[in-house]
Design a protein around this ligand. Structure first.
Ligand code: MN
Length: 160
């Protein structure tokens, strides 16, 4: 027996140039008014009542960064374009296309693009998730007591 519901669904959204997809809106990233972030856009690629997760594509403009935050839900990230650095916990890693990054529960994280190209990545999350926590000044000071994290937070890590 043929399932006819599929006939009413969009089963293919073609990729356009420059990491855009047919019928997918490019949203300014403003999930949380409290958060400090810069030059980030978001596209929700997969989301729906039959899914427990969502797949989003984020793009950070050159020199931009995502908000520094933590939450109970986890992220599974796959970079698709560009280079930069990520902070996960107290580790800073250089990232480039096709790297995989796991952000465990309640772990501080932030992504920063290099200065010469956008950093684009897929991010898989639970559909139902808790609201991000932002660091207090004391938590920021604690993170910044590590000299490498301090340079990361000031956008001073080298592109090379
Ligand atoms: Mn997050």
């Amino acid at each position: 027996m043929q399932d006819r519901t599929v006939d009413r669904q969009t089963i293919l959204r073609k990729a356009n140039d420059d990491f855009r997809w047919e019928g997918v809106e490019v949203l300014p990233y403003k999930e949380d008014e409290r958060a400090l972030f810069s030059a980030v856009s978001k596209q929700v690629l997969f989301s729906g009542p039959d899914l427990d997760g969502e797949l989003r594509y984020f793009e950070i403009a050159p020199g931009g960064f995502s908000s520094l935050e933590r939450h109970e839900h986890v992220h599974a990230v796959l970079t698709l374009r560009g280079r930069g650095h990520c902070l996960v916990g107290r580790q800073i890693k250089r990232i480039e296309p096709y790297d995989l990054i796991v952000v465990p529960p309640l772990t501080w994280h932030q992504f920063r693009a290099s200065f010469n190209e956008p950093l684009g990545f897929l991010c898989m999350v639970n559909a139902k998730r808790d609201r991000p926590q932002l660091p207090s000044q004391q938590q920021l000071d604690d993170l910044g007591s590590d000299p490498e994290i301090a340079r990361f937070l000031l956008n001073q890590l080298s592109d090379s």
